[in-house]
Design a protein around this ligand. Structure first.
Ligand code: 13P
Length: 287
C-alpha cells in the first residue's frame, strides 16, 4: 500500500540520511525502482511530473500500475507516489486519483499567491493523510538551450511557507535540473544553513540530484536535506545501455528485437543507478 512521505522523511531527517525520489516514465522505470528499493530494504519515493503523467495515460493509470506492482511484486518497503512540480490543478487531480503525496510548485508566483495556494492544498492533504511538498526559490535548468543558474531561496519566505504545515520544503540553493554546466558555482550551503535555521525541523528537499558531487550531497544531508530528487541520471543510464545493445547489433541476433530483451539492459542500468544513489544517500536498510 502506498504511504505518505511524512514518516519516512522525518525518520531520514532524524537519522541524517536522505530518501531518494526517482522519477518514473513507464513500466520498466517503475519496476526497476521498486525492485531496487525492496532489494536494498530502502524507503523510496516515485516522482511523476505532469508531463510524465500525461505520457503514461494519466494519473489514474499511474496509480493503477503502481498499486498493481506493489501487490504483484510483494513490495513491503515504504513507497510514496508523489507528483513532481505540480500545478494547483495537477495537485488536485493527483489527490483525486490516489497519489499518496504531491508537490505544489508555486515558486513562480508572487510569494503571497504561493502562500495562498499552498495553504489550500495543505488543508486538503491533511484531511486525507497525504504529504505535501512546497517550493520557494525556483530551480533552474536548461530551457531552449539557455541554462538558468538556479535561484537561492529567501529564508524568510521559506519560513512563511514552512509554517503553513507542509511536510517538506524544496528551497532553491543554486541547484538545477539536468546536467550541471562546466562553470556551475556549486550549491550555496550558506543559503541552506540560513533556510534550516528559519524552518527548524522541516525536512528539506534537494532537486536536481543528477551530477551533484558526492561531497556536496553529503554536506547537504548534514545540513537538513532529507529528500533528494533524481531524474536525468536514470535517463542517461538507460540511454547509454540501450545504445550499447543496439550498437553491438544485439537487437538483430535471434530474438533480440523482443522488447523484453531490447529494454533489459536499460532496465538493469536504472537499477544500478538507483542502488548507487541509495548508497550515497544512506537510505539502504532504513525501510
Ligand atoms: P535531475 O533531472 O537533475 O536529476 O532533477 C530531478 C528533479 O529534481 C525532479 O524534480
Amino acid at each position: 500500500m502506498l504511504v505518505s512521505a511524512k514518516e519516512m522523511l522525518n525518520k531520514a531527517r532524524d537519522g541524517k540520511y536522505a530518501v531518494g525520489q526517482f522519477n518514473i516514465n513507464n513500466l520498466e522505470w517503475t519496476k526497476a525502482i521498486l525492485l531496487t528499493a525492496q532489494e536494498q530494504n530502502s524507503p523510496v519515493i516515485l516522482g511523476v511530473s505532469e508531463g510524465a503523467g500525461k505520457y503514461m495515460c494519466g494519473y489514474k493509470t499511474v496509480v493503477g500500475m503502481v498499486n498493481g506492482m506493489l501487490e504483484e511484486l510483494n513490495i513491503t518497503v515504504p513507497v510514496a507516489l508523489h507528483l513532481d512540480h505540480g500545478s494547483y490543478d495537477g495537485a488536485k487531480a493527483c489527490i483525486e486519483a490516489g497519489f499518496s503525496s504531491v508537490m505544489f510548485d508555486g515558486s513562480h508566483y508572487p510569494i503571497e499567491e504561493n502562500i495562498e495556494k499552498t495553504k489550500e492544498l495543505v488543508a486538503e492533504c491533511e484531511k486525507l493523510g497525504l504529504s505535501i511538498e512546497a517550493e520557494v526559490g525556483s530551480i533552474g535548468g536548461e530551457e531552449d538551450g539557455v541554462i538558468g543558474a538556479g535561484e537561492c531561496a529567501d529564508p524568510n519566505e521559506c519560513k512563511a511557507i514552512a509554517d503553513l504545515g507542509v511536510t517538506m520544503l524544496a528551497a532553491g540553493i543554486g541547484n538545477i535540473h539536468g546536467k550541471y554546466p562546466e562553470n556551475w558555482a556549486g550549491l550555496s550551503f550558506e543559503t541552506l544553513a540560513a533556510v534550516k535555521e528559519k524552518v527548524g525541523d522541516m525536512p528539506l528537499v534537494l532537486h536536481g540530484g543528477t551530477g551533484i558531487p558526492e561531497d556536496m550531497i553529503k554536506k547537504a544531508i548534514s545540513l537538513g536535506v532529507a529528500k533528494i530528487n533524481v531524474n536525468t541520471e536514470c535517463q542517461l543510464a538507460f540511454q547509454e545501455a540501450t545504445r550499447k545493445y543496439i550498437e553491438e547489433g544485439k537487437d538483430k541476433q535471434g530474438k533480440g528485437f523482443d522488447p523484453r530483451k531490447l529494454l533489459a539492459p536499460g532496465f538493469e542500468a536504472i537499477k544500478e543507478t538507483v542502488k548507487e544513489k541509495m548508497e550515497l544517500f544512506g537510505s539502504i536498510g532504513k525501510a
